[in-house]
Structure formats: C-alpha cells, structure tokens
Design a protein around this ligand. Structure first.
Ligand code: HEM
Length: 462
C-alpha cells in the first residue's frame, strides 16, 4: 500500500464523501461513570492502549467530561500523521509548552513551524551526520572506559549522561560544553520526572506550593533555562561561527528577513535538547537491558563488530556495516519505544477511516500498541532482531514501525539517533557481557518516555 493510497482510502474530506456516510467511532469498553476511561489509562496505560484496536480502528475515549479519539491501526496512524488537518496540540504538548516554552519547533504549528524546521534541518541531514562521528565515537568509548569490571552500573544516570553529552556536544559544539552537559543532565532528569507527574496528575495550583518536591522541580527548570542562556551568551561573546545548529539558530531570519528573537532562540535550543536527551537515554537503557537479557544477541553483536573492525575500537564509519547491531536497536525500539504516545488536534471537521472527527477533537495513538500488535507481527512479544532482515521486513505492514513518526512532525534526528544508538550498542557489546544485579528493576516505567524503572547491571569484560 502506498502513502497515497492510504491517504485516499483512509482520509478524505467529509464534503467529498458526503457527511451522511460518516459514522461516529465506537466508544471503547470499560468506562466508568464520571471518570470514563481515565482510571484505566492512569492504572495501566500500555495495556489499555494495546486493547483499543479490539473495539475499532478509531475509538472514542471518555476522559472525565472530555472525548478523545484513539487511532488504533498502522494505516490510520500514518494517515493521521501525514494529514494537514491535524496539528500538534493536546494535553501532552500543552504541558510541555507551559514548562519549556512556546516558540520551539516541537510545539509550534503552521508557518512558524515550517520556518523553524528549515532552520534546524541542515544540522540533521544525512550528509551532516559523519561530522558528528568523532564525538559519538569518543563518547561511546568513554562510556565503556568509565565502567570498572564488577562494579554496579546505575544505567539511568549513565544513559542520561551520554545522551545529553552527545546531543550538546554535537549540536551546540564547544569545549565549555563538558561542564554544561553535566548540569543539563541533572536538570533534565528532574524536569522530565516532574513534567510527567504534572501531566498525569494535573493538580494545578498544588504544584505551586513551596513543597520540597516542587522546589526541586523549579530549581531544575530554572537551571535548565539558565544553562541554555549561558550557552547562547557565551557563543555570541566568542564571535565564533562553527558550522552547527546553534550558529544556524543565531543567524536565522523570520519571514520578514529580520533576525529571530531571543526568546525563540532560547526555546529552540530547549526544544531540541529536551526531546533529544530523554528519548536517547531511555533507548540506551532499553538496549542495555536487551544486552543483559539476550546474551545470544549480545554475542552476535560482538562477533559482528569484530568481523568488521578486526579487533580495533569500533568507529563511526563501521556503523553502516553493522547490520545485526542495527536490527537489535530497531527490535528494541519496537518492543519498548521511547515515544509511546502521540497526540494531535483536528483543525477542522474531517474524517479518518470512515469516521467523523469533529473540529477541535483531540486524537491520540500509541506507537507501543501499534508496534506490538499481533495483527502486524508474528510472535509479537518475542525479541527477534531477524524480523528486520531484508527478506522478512516486507511482512511488516506499512506504518507498523515508525518510532520517529512520519510527515511534517517526523523526528528530524532519525539518522543522528540511529547512528549514535548503533555505535553505542556496538561499543558496549564488544567490551562487556552484562548481568542484572540484586536491586535492579527492569519493569517498564511509564513516563514521558518508556524505560526500565531502575536498571542496575554488572559489566564483565569480554
Ligand atoms: C520529534 C522520536 C531522538 C529532536 C519526534 C517525534 C518522534 C520522535 C516520534 C514526533 C512527535 C510527533 O509526531 O508528535 C524520537 C526517538 C528518538 C528521538 C524515538 C531516539 C531514540 C531525538 C534527538 C533529537 C530529537 C536525539 C535532537 C537532538 C526532536 C525534535 C522533534 C522530535 C526537535 C520535534 C519535531 C517537529 O515537531 O517538527 N521525535 N526522537 N529527537 N524530535 Fe525526536
């Protein structure tokens, strides 16, 4: 099925089809008076989202007084992401916007968003990625050198650390970045925890009370904004113009040809660093868990790395030859996608899969549910990197594996992320065998991203 045929079949303007043909999506089962489906969503969001396709391709959810439309099939999530009738909005984005700024690329819509994408895109283009190779290599090997044989590794802080350092050093280059990367790391970890709590338990004014947890959150948020201001001010004062994302932002012009404002520059840096670090950190934690839980695949990765490198440290240029390592990364992202829920808002009355979607409706879908659906994947719960071999990949329905999404909001960092994750996985598997140790809790923690609750590993040199 092509993108075009999905769009034609699944998404046609109501006036073309005739409003009478359109149905109201069925109501998902299991709602309770007053709360609707909110309690199920809060109690076990992954299981709840995964069951929704049994009720229909688009289903209505009642969250308190609000109706939200859940989209449950790969084809319709593709149609939703590709359609101009939906924009970025909804509770997830509103909570991010309130805390992280309104003028960054992740939350902007319309012409502002298009202009911002044009500014940031060159830094993420396929031909720009090799320029980041030396930093990615350095950080991947520094990680393996930090870990002493037999000591317990706290994967949460280690994964955050490397994710923030790579994003900050590659995209906002500069030696000064080392100390800042540590501060960003500490601030972002606290901010993400607090943001998710504010999103799922929206207690409004209670978060303004001077309680220790609120103070810690506010301090972290203030430090995040301060570090970003320092980075921008320092770059300006240096009068240097390295070919990087920060230079692109500082020299960006608005639609009138005037320099963009300070607030927009600030919000753009935040809007790139925050999704960049949390998603990568969560995926690295999942990859570490996979290496510990599937030693046979860790051994295959190690053997592949050795056959490509002949025993020297793995380098950025090796990445494209590391087919199995890449498949391990993809399969890990299938089973525990960092971005597990996405929302949109309909700008106009429209239709999806023959259902009427009213103007202003909030829509939601879950890459986690889509990527684990037994209708799309044989042995859907099984970790099987070989399902991504060229001869088997055709079995996967279109849009059933889009961890970076599609359309105008697609993650700009897909090539950057895949290169970094493959390189890190290769470096780790070539250096160590991993085992979980007492106190490790590898169950899935649901937050703004998915990751293990508290993964503790012991690394044994190979
Ligand atoms: C957007 C996933 C890494 C920056 C997105 C979206 C997804 C995603 C699914 C689309 C959201 C939507 O459709 O509503 C991921 C995953 C990553 C990753 C799975 C790694 C495992 C990164 C990194 C950066 C980054 C490393 C930057 C350094 C962004 C930005 C957007 C975005 C700026 C907003 C794009 C826009 O709205 O135009 N990401 N991402 N991401 N991502 Fe990523």
């Amino acid at each position: 099925m092509t993108v075009e045929s999905v769009k034609r079949a699944a998404h046609t303007a109501p006036e073309v089809r005739g409003a009478t043909e359109l149905r109201e999506p069925p109501l998902a089962g299991g709602g309770v008076p007053a709360l609707g489906h909110g309690w199920q969503l809060a109690r076990d969001p992954l299981a709840f989202m995964s069951r929704l396709r049994d009720h229909g391709e688009v289903v209505r959810l009642k969250l308190g007084p609000k109706t939200v439309y859940a989209v449950t099939t790969p084809a319709l999530t593709g149609a939703l992401a590709l359609s101009p009738d939906y924009l970025i909005a909804g509770p997830l984005w509103e909570s991010l916007e309130g805390l992280l700024g309104r003028e960054g690329v992740a939350t902007a819509n319309g012409p502002l968003h298009r202009r911002q994408r044009r500014t940031i895109q060159p830094a993420f283009r396929l031909d720009a990625i090799p320029g980041y190779g030396p930093i990615m290599e350095e950080e991947a090997h520094a990680l393996t050198e930090r870990w002493k044989p037999g000591e317990t590794i706290d994967c949460t802080s280690e994964a955050f650390r490397v994710a923030v350092r790579v994003a900050a050093r590659c995209l906002l280059r500069g030696e000064y970045m080392d100390e800042r990367a540590e501060r960003l790391c500490a601030a972002l970890a606290t901010v993400f925890r607090g943001m998710y709590q504010r999103m799922v338990v929206p207690l409004g004014p209670l978060y303004r009370l001077p309680l220790p947890a609120n103070r810690k959150f506010n301090r972290a948020l203030a430090d995040l904004h301060l570090v970003v201001d320092e980075i921008v001010a320092e770059r300006r004062a240096s009068r240097q113009r390295p070919d990087d994302l920060l230079t692109a932002l500082l020299e960006a012009k608005d639609d009138n040809g005037d320099p963009i404002g300070e607030q927009e520059i600030h919000d753009q840096v935040v809007a790139i660093l925050t999704p960049g670090s949390e998603t990568i950190a969560s995926t690295i934690m999942t990859l570490l868990q996979v290496l510990a839980d599937h030693p046979e695949h860790a051994d295959r990765v190690c053997a592949e790395v050795e056959s490509v490198t002949g025993g020297r440290p793995v380098a950025f240029e090796d990445v494209r030859k590391l087919g199995h390592t890449n498949n391990v990364v993809v399969e890990s992202m299938r089973l525990r996608p960092a971005v597990w829920i996405l929302t949109r808002r309909a700008v106009t009355e429209t239709e999806l899969g023959g259902y009427r979607i009213p103007a202003g409706a909030d829509l939601v879908y879950s890459p986690y549910a889509i990527q684990r659906d037994p209708r799309s994947y044989a042995r859907n719960q099984e970790f099987d990197p070989d399902r991504w071999l060229p001869e088997r990949v055709q079995e996967v329905p279109k849009y059933a594996m889009r961890p970076f999404s599609v359309g105008n909001r697609k993650c700009p960092s897909d090539h950057f992320s895949m290169a970094m994750l493959t390189l890190i996985t290769a470096a780790l598997a070539a250096a160590f065998r991993f085992d979980q140790v007492a106190g490790s809790n590898d169950s899935t923690r649901v937050g703004i991203t998915l990751r293990p609750h508290r993964l503790l590993l012991r690394a044994t040199p190979r």
